[in-house]
Design a protein around this ligand. Structure first.
Ligand SMILES: NC(=O)c1ccc[n+]([C@@H]2O[C@H](COP(=O)([O-])OP(=O)(O)OC[C@H]3O[C@@H](n4cnc5c(N)ncnc54)[C@H](OP(=O)(O)O)[C@@H]3O)[C@@H](O)[C@H]2O)c1
Length: 280
């Protein structure tokens, strides 16, 4: 596994194993397989309802807590200082640990300034080694950075060949925030795995399209959280450190960018309303 350095001197694994949409009853087994395969970072969230099973897997594995980089995220219903503190303590209890490597504000809605003050205090107490955000686009990211003492270490945003986040990435680089990609395969939507440009680059390197996507992110300095419940694909997705893309490959992949998410637009009025309804 390779690592990326964060702006506070900590380092995070280049690839995390994501457990979104893995049922609690299947999570322990999936995480144990992922650890066996070589993943050293697990990405969960309060809203995935499987934090406890991730903790169970770490306890049952041959790895000690310190060998694994644990990420969770504060859900919007816990926005605000006090609720974030309470929610974070529940996360620690679920995950059966006394610290997290990275804790993110999951969505930029509600009183996330209060949440971010809580994260900064928890970091000062040593309960969170690195703090960060998720789904913060440039406007909200810049405003948060300019109104707080601590620059977040990470911002996890949807990033795929179809939605490359070129402007967001530049802004994160400018402020020293590590970009982490979620859903790098767009869950296979729009035939991503069969895309002819990606397939051509994959064939040339004797790799799969999934490996080309993860390598392309890695070469941009972007950490990724990806998921497969299949052991062969877990292995495939982690086997990306023995090849490199050329500048021509990168130019070709740039042509695939649509500039928008196939899932949801975080800036659309209905999205803002929908997330805020979860707080009420
Ligand atoms: N911060 C956020 O708001 C947010 C939002 C969404 C996701 N995330 C994080 O990002 C992680 C990844 O996102 P995701 O789970 O939505 O989707 P993803 O990793 O983009 O795609 C997962 C899908 O791709 C398939 N797949 C994986 N590897 C493959 C391969 N090598 N070849 C062919 N198919 C492959 C999987 O099927 P099989 O399981 O059958 O292999 C699954 O259907 C999540 O688990 C979560 O940790 C964060």
């Amino acid at each position: 596994m390779e690592y990326f350095k964060l702006n506070n001197g900590e380092k995070m694994p280049a690839l995390s194993f994501g457990v979104f949409d893995i049922k609690p009853k299947d999570t322990k087994e999936a995480v144990l397989k992922a650890l066996d395969t070589g993943y050293r970072s697990i990405d969960t969230a309060q809203i995935y309802y499987n934090e406890k099973e991730v903790g169970d897997a770490i306890n049952e594995s041959d790895f000690s807590r310190d060998d694994v980089f644990l990420i969770s995220k504060n859900w919007v219903s816990n926005a605000g200082y006090d609720k974030t503190m309470k929610g974070f303590n529940k996360t620690l209890e679920n995950m059966q640990t006394d610290y997290l490597d990275l804790f993110l504000i999951h969505q930029p809605f509600g009183d996330y300034y209060g949440s971010y003050r809580a994260l900064q205090d928890l970091q000062k107490e040593g309960k969170i080694l690195s703090i960060g955000l998720s789904n913060f686009y440039p406007d909200r990211l810049i405003d948060l950075v300019m109104n707080n003492d601590i620059v977040p270490q990470v911002n996890q945003v949807e990033t795929t060949p179809y939605f490359q986040q070129l402007e967001s990435h530049e802004i994160m680089e400018k402020y020293g925030v590590r970009h982490q990609a979620w859903g790098p395969f767009s869950e296979g939507m729009d035939n991503l795995f069969e895309n002819p440009i990606l397939k051509e680059i994959a064939d040339k390197n004797s790799k799969s399209t999934a490996q080309v996507i993860l390598r392309w992110l890695h070469d941009r300095g972007i950490a990724s959280a990806c998921k497969s419940t299949r052991e062969d694909r877990m292995k495939e997705n982690i086997d990306i450190f023995d090849f490199k893309l050329t500048s021509e490959d990168i130019e070709k992949i740039k042509e695939l960018d649509t500039g928008k998410s196939p899932f949801l637009d975080h800036t659309a009025p209905e999205t803002v309303e929908e997330f805020n309804e979860e707080i009420l």
